[in-house]
Design a protein around this ligand. Structure first.
Ligand SMILES: NC(=O)c1ccc[n+]([C@@H]2O[C@H](COP(=O)([O-])OP(=O)(O)OC[C@H]3O[C@@H](n4cnc5c(N)ncnc54)[C@H](OP(=O)(O)O)[C@@H]3O)[C@@H](O)[C@H]2O)c1
Length: 198
């Protein structure tokens, strides 16, 4: 679980730990230290973990700012971290995933319902959705890929509420269930949307 100690990640990893062996990866904490923005670091992580049954990502950054303030470099933050970080987790992880295994990525409501200051974050989320749908058509050995797209989660309300006027925070149990559906269900190429159709 990349990002398994984060706001969403710790809820998801706590749940999965009841039934599964969970290996947490992150830049500053976890069982394996790595940076998903660096493909060498992703490869080094998988060399340490060995083969796994599921890869879950609840990490990835993108810069939030007004479009007129975002530089080209600012856009590359989201492209390198949240977009290519997750693409590379799958690309490199394909060698280390067991038959019948799954990849679960994270995006968010911004792909469908952006708010102000999110041209970069919304763009990256949408790209990941297209990536997941396209890759699902090519996967072999019963390997699956899905993405959980959540609205503003309850545990992050204090931090982000001002950006999401009128949005109903998503209960953490519901968010966790999105990941459970992806990992323990049979779906492939699904965008698991955990938010009201606002
Ligand atoms: N919070 C929300 O309401 C919400 C809603 C929908 C979608 N999302 C998306 O869900 C994901 C997780 O959100 P969150 O609120 O749980 O974030 P968070 O609290 O900041 O947690 C992110 C976790 O990922 C790790 N991480 C960050 N960048 C990393 C990198 N480059 N390489 C490896 N690990 C990295 C962090 O640990 P280190 O700092 O130690 O690396 C941290 O444990 C994000 O992509 C976010 O956009 C969030």
């Amino acid at each position: 679980m990349v990002g398994g100690n984060g706001t969403i990640g710790k809820r998801v990893s706590t749940h999965f730990s009841k039934k599964h062996e969970v290996i947490i990866a992150g830049r500053t904490s976890g069982d394996v230290l790595m940076d998903m923005g660096d493909s060498e670091s992703i490869k080094a992580m998988f060399e340490k973990t060995g083969k796994v049954d599921a890869v879950v990502c609840t990490a990835g950054d993108a810069k939030w700012d007004k479009f007129n303030s975002l530089t080209e470099q600012d856009f590359y933050i989201g492209i390198k971290s949240k977009l290519m970080g997750q693409v590379n987790l799958v690309r490199i992880g394909m060698t280390y995933i067991n038959s019948g295994g799954s990849f679960t990525l994270s995006t968010g409501i911004l792909a469908d319902h952006p708010v102000a200051m999110t041209t970069s974050a919304a763009m990256v989320n949408g790209a990941i959705h297209s990536f997941v749908k396209a890759l699902a058509l090519e996967l072999e050995n019963n390997i699956r890929i899905n993405v959980v797209s959540s609205g503003l989660v309850e545990d992050a309300v204090d931090k982000y509420e001002a950006y999401f006027p009128g949005h109903n925070p998503i209960p953490m149990k519901k968010v966790v269930n999105g990941f459970v559906k992806s990992v323990e269900g049979n779906g492939n190429g699904e965008i698991i949307k955990m938010y009201d159709n606002c």
